[in-house]
Design a protein around this ligand. Structure first.
Ligand SMILES: Cc1ncc(COP(=O)(O)O)c(C=O)c1O
Length: 497
């Protein structure tokens, strides 16, 4: 019997929730519950086992934390792939590893094209295309530093916060972001933006805490939060901005220990908060002592408008960390990023980073400094920003102005991504499937929802499509959208009109 009732021992020291969790863990291990199976509804278990719903909820939460099940709105709690491996009590895996394993096997993304279908446009990838990389200039910079200081750069630099010359250079170049007081002492070099995010979580949060995120937000962050045993407290971010009332309400919970925000060229929507919105946001958060993690992953990619003050520059408490990366504006392969924060926050972060990897590659940091000093970075960035402006204009022309009523497309001032919304929840996800059948790859919006709920949106990224492909891809998307919104006949008659 699949859902045999758990044998609960009320006199045992083990809490009821843990006993319930153990029951379902054993069912998974014994193969009575398999990947995709649903756990019984919480109410049902509570009634038949004679415990409160909260106890059952807690049991399911514990199973989720261990990477065995996943709660999805509308589908209940289902058993995850690989759950049997993870459920094995003899398994040597930590809860962190179990969660990471689960994430790697269930990571959703853009639907693949059907076999034999040729690509019309790839709007899925958010990594810059290699054909534009200034490889020769990086090689020259690398040769130079190796010839000049090879022996020194191949040893330990004994610089956990990063090479002083790179930090000084970044401080000079980041004035628009950090404000006039930018100093090399406020910078710590990391191995990519991803390490910066992990480092901040390790520095400010402990298992059981909650982290405030916007919905939608960067999907890789959700897996990382879950692996760290952190609860996700989501606050809506729509065309009207971040819901500040919901944010203030969420911040009342003492569990919330960090706010993860992306004020510029937000992933996945491309939206940027203007200065009044930034001030209003910081104003609410600054009434608490909850730190802000501001992810400026595409900071260098503004192609229109003036730079805006960072949340860090606006935070009177000095409790904001800004995470930056070379991955989107230059190459992800260097795995180099950095954080800006005041010394009081940087000191503990440096101590934590030392445990993670001692230090970031000195050779790559030195090559980057040389590369920037030769002007190669600015040449590359100028050309990339120009190309981005062309691509976004092509998308606006081909798509935004033709959309049926109730649909919308964001019009970002920088970065690679835009967000297309259809009138009803779930239509974004259906659009991703339909478009893939016709050769266009987009990422369905549910990927960016912390609970994986059906979405109105899809993310369009312009890293891999030139203006001609954007035009062709937008044509396919429009046909799909009309079909989804008006039904297939309406779409057909429209295209003859
Ligand atoms: C919002 C956001 N933050 C951070 C990162 C991390 O990038 P990296 O580790 O390559 O610097 C990414 C990568 O796509 C991202 O989209």
């Amino acid at each position: 019997v699949k859902h045999a009732l758990p044998q609960l021992d009320r006199s045992a020291a083990t809490p009821m929730a843990e006993q319930l969790a153990a029951h379902y863990r054993e069912a998974i291990l014994a193969g009575r519950l398999r990947a995709g199976d649903r756990l019984p509804p919480i109410r049902e278990v509570a009634e038949s086992a004679g415990v409160t719903r909260a106890t059952v909820q807690e049991a399911y939460r514990r199973l989720g934390e261990r990477g065995l099940v996943e709660g999805t709105v509308g589908r209940g709690t289902t058993v995850l792939p690989q759950a049997d491996a993870v459920a094995d009590a003899a398994s040597p895996l930590s809860s962190f590893a179990a969660a990471a394993l689960r994430q790697s096997t269930t990571m959703p993304g853009a639907p693949p094209l059907p076999r034999g279908r040729s690509l019309v446009a790839n709007f899925a990838e958010l990594a810059p295309g290699a054909e534009r990389f200034p490889v020769a200039e990086l090689r020259a910079a690398m040769d130079h530093v190796l010839a000049d200081r090879g022996g020194e750069l191949l040893g330990y630099a004994h610089a956990v916060t990063g090479l002083p010359e790179l930090r000084a250079l970044l401080a000079r170049r980041s004035e628009s972001l950090a404000g006039p007081s930018a100093s090399a002492d406020d910078i710590l070099i990391t191995s990519g933006g991803q390490q910066a995010l992990d480092l901040v979580l390790r520095t400010f949060c402990a298992p059981g805490d909650a982290v405030l995120v916007t919905a939608p937000s960067y999907h890789q962050m959700y897996g990382l939060l879950t692996a760290h045993g952190l609860r996700i407290a989501a606050v809506p971010f729509t065309a009207d901005g971040i819901d500040l009332a919901a944010l203030a309400q969420t911040l009342r919970s003492p569990d919330v220990r960090l706010c993860y925000l992306m004020p510029s060229f937000h992933n996945p929507t491309g939206r940027t908060l203007d200065e009044p919105a930034r001030r209003a946001l910081v104003d609410v958060i600054a009434r608490t002592n909850v730190p802000i993690l501001e992810d400026e992953y595409q900071h260098a990619l503004r192609f229109r408008g003036e730079p805006l003050p960072s949340l860090r520059a606006l935070d009177p408490r000095g409790l904001t960390v800004t995470a930056m990366t070379f991955s989107k504006g230059l190459f992800p392969g260097l795995r180099t990023g950095w954080v800006h924060a005041g010394p009081a926050l940087l000191r503990p972060m440096a101590a934590v980073k030392r445990f993670m990897d001692l230090e970031t590659s000195a050779l790559l940091q030195a090559a980057l400094v040389e590369f920037v000093q030769r002007g190669a970075m600015d040449r590359y960035l100028d050309a990339l920003r120009e190309e981005l402006a062309v691509r976004h204009a092509a998308l606006q022309k081909a798509l935004a102005r033709q959309l049926p009523p109730g649909c919308s497309l964001t019009d970002p001032d920088g970065g690679f991504v835009t967000w297309l919304e259809l009138p009803e929840a779930g239509q974004g996800d259906r659009l991703a499937d339909l478009a893939a059948e016709r050769g266009v790859r987009v990422v369905p919006g549910r990927v960016f929802d912390p609970q994986g709920r059906p979405s109105r949106g899809v993310r369009l990224s312009l890293t891999r499509a030139d203006a001609a492909q954007i035009d062709a891809g937008a044509g396919v998307l429009l046909d799909c959208i009309r079909e989804l919104v008006h039904g297939p006949t309406a779409a057909a008659s429209r295209s003859f009109a």
